[in-house]
Design a protein around this ligand. Sequence first.
Ligand code: DI6
Ligand code: FE
Length: 419
Amino acid sequence: MSHTTKASGQRQLWHQVTLFDGARTHDTPMTVVMNEGRIERLLPSEQVPTQWLEDGSIAGQGGVITPGLIDCHTHLVFGGNRANEFEQRLEGVSYADIAAQGGGILSTVNATRAATEDELFASAKPRLEALIADGVTTVEIKSGYGLSLGHERKMLRVARRLGSELPVDIVTTFLGAHALPPEYKGRADDYITEVCEHMLPAIAAEQLADAVDVFCENIAFTTAQCERVFQAAQKLGLSVKGHVEQLSNQHGSELCARYQALSVDHIEWLDDTGIEAIKDSGTVATLLPGAFYTLRDTKVPPIEQLRKAGIPMAIATDANPGSSPIFQLTLMLNMACTLFRLTPTEALQGVTSNAARALGIHYTHGTLAEGRTATFCHWQVEHPAELAYSIQPNRLRQRVYKGQITHNSQGGSGHLFEM
Ligand code: DI6
Ligand code: FE
């Protein structure tokens, strides 16, 4: 068999689709051509050679194509759940009060420490499958509920294993500085020393983490303590990022900017000085509307200022058992628009190109372009804005991951498009 025959035999087309490529929505009907696992061409449908339509197979027609979605901030691996605290909060106890009473993150730490690797894998898998069914093809997963080398390592191994067993790219982040473990009560600086001198080097040596995160907050670690973690990460050549300015302004964003952090996450309390600092550092502003919603926050991140400063904005689920028990990224598109007033285009950039940037993988992920690995979603909607506009599951018609169709459905009850 000649090479040409083989190549054209494998050509698959998504014809006359509305294309959002990660940056913009094309205004003419487009055709996505896949060949040997790559995007061979992205071209206006009217320019598709007739021969291709005859030879190649039409894998889809009509609807919308976007890059595979990227959830760039999750705590997907954890033991137990916190439905009891949900009830407490409904009775008026605050998230910070629950944390101060030894609940919150620490109750998940207890449950995570008690779980085996297999148990953590089994509980995380359906959560990841929910994201996958919603069009997600890359997920960042943080540690941070182990808070000792052994348990943090266990979490990160589970994250890596999820990526090897399911059709999804997993990016791992070491979040040893998430909360103070009970055995270090009153000795936060000593715990940070343990993180910097023992845990982080061991995790780096095993290549279990792609980046390092911290929780810089009055209920967590000080800016000075977070800086020590960043210094240790920098020495090991690992990129950093931070949970900053979520509940108060600790100027964590300025710290992040000084260490060229990949992203500053939450940032409800980000002020002008913080914006000025991250403006030129290449740092992405990651918005987590699910946590804002769950905690019934009222302080909205400074969207207009971020927009004016040209700072890229990403959106993620922050999927975790406490402040954001949410495993649906398309719902975050809606919340980013409804709660934070992003435009649907900004929201879509936030789960594609800008989310890739927040993970430092934008050279390979988050944008559809000729020559790239074919990882994309075919949606049963007529315009990309609909993905943000309505809250509706089962709109994913096909999910293509690294050239393989890993999901194929008619999507709900309607049959909008002819195959
Ligand atoms: N901020 C968050 O939103 C999560 N961690 C963090 O530092 C919440 C974690 C939790 O409540 O379990
Ligand atoms: Fe988080």
